[in-house]
Design a protein around this ligand. Structure first.
Ligand SMILES: *[C@@H]1O[C@H](CO)[C@@H](O)[C@H](O)[C@H]1NC(C)=O
Ligand SMILES: *[C@@H]1O[C@H](CO)[C@@H](O)[C@H](O)[C@H]1NC(C)=O
Length: 387
C-alpha cells in the first residue's frame, strides 16, 4: 500500500527529469550517475566468492545454470548483485578475498557467506562480520591511494585497481542482517530475546556507514532483510510449532522479527541522512519483493515456493545434514544432491537458504526501477538526492 503512491512519484520524477534535461538529448540516459565502481558489503545473498576463497569452493551443482560450474556463489547462477553490476554496465564484482583472477577496476566485493553485522564474538558463524569487511575496504582504499601515488610505474596495479576518484563516485551496496537474527534463533533465543539485540545490530550498521562516509563514500544502496521465515533452513527446524506457521506456510513470528529489524534499519537510515548531509542513501524494501514472490509464486510463473531445487528429502526437499552438492546413496549408488532439480528456472529456492538465479532476476527486476525504494530512486540515479 505504501508503495502505490510512490510509483506515481517515480513517474513524475522521471518526467520532470526528462523535461529538465531536454528531450533533445535524444536517448534517455539510464545511468546518469555513471557509477564507475561498486563496493559491496554483505552475506551469502551477495557473496560472489569470498567464502569460497577463504574456506573452499561451493562445489557443483552451484553455478551450473549460468557459469556452467562453481563460481563462488550459493546459487545456480547470478545473484541480485550480479544483475545490479550488469545493469550499470559493470563487470561482475571480484571478491576482495580472492587472490587469483581478481580484477578490482570496477569495484570489489567484501560480502561473505554467513556474515553478520555484529562481530563473531557476539553472533554468527563467519569471522568476516561487517566491521571486518569495513577494515578490509578501508585498507584496500588506502593502499590503492598509496600505490597509485608512488610506485606503479609499469601500471600493473593500475590495470586492476579502481581509480582513486572512483571511491567517491562509486555505489556502496549493502545486504546484511539476516544472519544476526537467525544466529540468535539458532541459539534457541526467543523472538523477543532476539528483538532486544536489534538496536545494537542496527547501531553497529550505522557506525560502518558513517566510517565509509568519512572515507569519502557518498552513494549508498541498502537492502533490508528478507522474509527468512519462509526459507526451508528455518522451516525445517524442529522447534517450530504448528501455531507459528501462517497460511502461506511461513513462520509468522520469524517474518515479524525480520520486519521489526527492517523498521529499525529504516529509522537508522533516516538518522544517517540527517547526520551525513552529502550522502545519498536509498533504502530498498527487498522484503516485500521476496515475500510477494513466495506467497504469489504461481502468479509470477514459479512453483513450489517453499521447496528447494537443490536439496534432499522431507517436506521442503531440504536436509541440513545432506545439503546441495553433497552425496547421497540411492540404490547403492552415490548421487549428487541437486541433480534431481532439472528446471531451476521455475523454482524460487535454490538450496534451502538462497534463491535461484530466476528468482534473483525477478527480484532485481522489481527493485531496479526504485518502485520499492525510499526515496523511489532508480538505481542508475542513486547518486542524486532529487532526480
Ligand atoms: C581489468 O578490467 C579492466 C576493465 O574491465 C581492463 O581494462 C583491465 O585490462 C583488466 N585488468 C587485467 C589485469 O586483466
Ligand atoms: C535448541 O533446542 C533443540 C530442541 O530442544 C536442541 O536439540 C538444540 O540442541 C538446542 N540448541 C542449542 C544451541 O541450545
Amino acid at each position: 500500500m505504501e508503495f502505490c503512491c510512490r510509483r506515481n512519484f517515480l513517474v513524475e520524477g522521471v518526467l520532470l527529469y526528462l523535461l529538465l534535461n531536454g528531450v533533445a538529448n535524444a536517448s534517455i540516459n539510464k545511468h546518469p550517475c555513471d557509477f564507475p565502481a561498486i563496493f559491496n558489503f554483505g552475506d551469502s545473498n551477495s557473496d560472489t566468492g569470498g567464502w569460497s576463497a577463504a574456506f573452499g569452493q561451493a562445489g557443483p551443482p552451484h553455478g551450473e545454470s549460468y557459469f556452467h560450474g562453481p563460481a563462488g556463489r550459493y546459487c545456480d547462477g547470478r545473484l541480485v548483485i550480479d544483475f545490479i553490476a550488469q545493469s550499470l554496465g559493470l563487470p561482475f564484482l571480484s571478491p576482495f578475498l580472492d587472490a587469483l583472477g581478481s580484477n578490482f577496476t570496477h569495484g570489489a566485493n567484501f560480502a561473505t557467506a554467513g556474515s553478520t553485522i555484529r562481530p563473531l564474538h557476539q553472533s554468527g558463524v563467519s569471522p568476516f562480520s561487517l566491521n571486518v569487511q569495513w577494515y578490509q575496504f578501508s585498507d584496500f582504499h588506502r593502499r590503492v591511494q598509496t600505490i597509485l601515488d608512488k610506485t606503479d610505474e609499469d601500471g600493473v596495479v593500475k590495470k586492476m585497481a579502481p581509480k582513486v576518484e572512483d571511491f567517491a563516485r562509486g555505489l556502496y551496496t549493502f545486504d546484511i542482517g539476516q544472519n544476526d537474527l537467525t544466529a540468535g534463533l539458532f541459539q534457541n533465543l526467543t523472538v523477543d530475546e532476539v528483538k532486544e539485540s536489534v538496536p545494537d545490530i542496527v547501531g553497529q550498521f550505522k557506525t560502518v556507514i558513517k566510517e565509509i562516509y568519512d572515507d569519502g563514500g557518498r552513494s549508498f544502496w541498502i537492502h533490508n532483510t528478507g522474509p527468512f521465515g519462509c526459507l526451508p533452513y528455518v522451516l525445517d527446524r524442529q522447534l517450530i510449532t504448528a501455531g507459528q506457521v501462517d497460511k502461506h506456510g511461513c513462520v509468522g513470528p520469524y517474518n515479524e522479527l525480520a520486519r521489526y529489524f527492517n523498521h529499525q534499519l529504516k529509522e537508522t537510515v533516516d538518522q544517517l541522512r540527517e547526520h551525513l548531509p552529502k550522502a545519498v542513501i536509498t533504502y530498498v524494501d527487498v522484503y516485500s519483493v521476496k515475500y510477494a514472490l513466495i506467497t504469489k509464486a504461481t502468479r509470477y510463473g514459479f512453483v513450489h515456493p517453499l521447496r528447494t531445487c537443490c536439496g534432499h528429502g522431507g517436506k521442503y526437499n531440504y536436509n541440513m545434514n545432506i545439503g546441495c552438492g553433497g552425496k547421497v546413496k540411492v540404490n547403492g549408488e552415490d548421487i549428487l544432491v541437486g541433480k534431481a532439480c532439472d528446471d531451476p528456472t521455475v523454482m524460487i529456492n535454490w538450496d534451502g537458504v538462497h534463491y535461484t538465479e530466476a528468482a534473483n532476476k525477478w527480484i532485481f527486476d522489481q527493485i531496479v526501477s526504485g518502485s520499492f525504494s525510499d526515496p523511489p530512486t532508480p538505481i542508475g540515479f542513486a547518486c542524486r538526492k532529487q532526480y
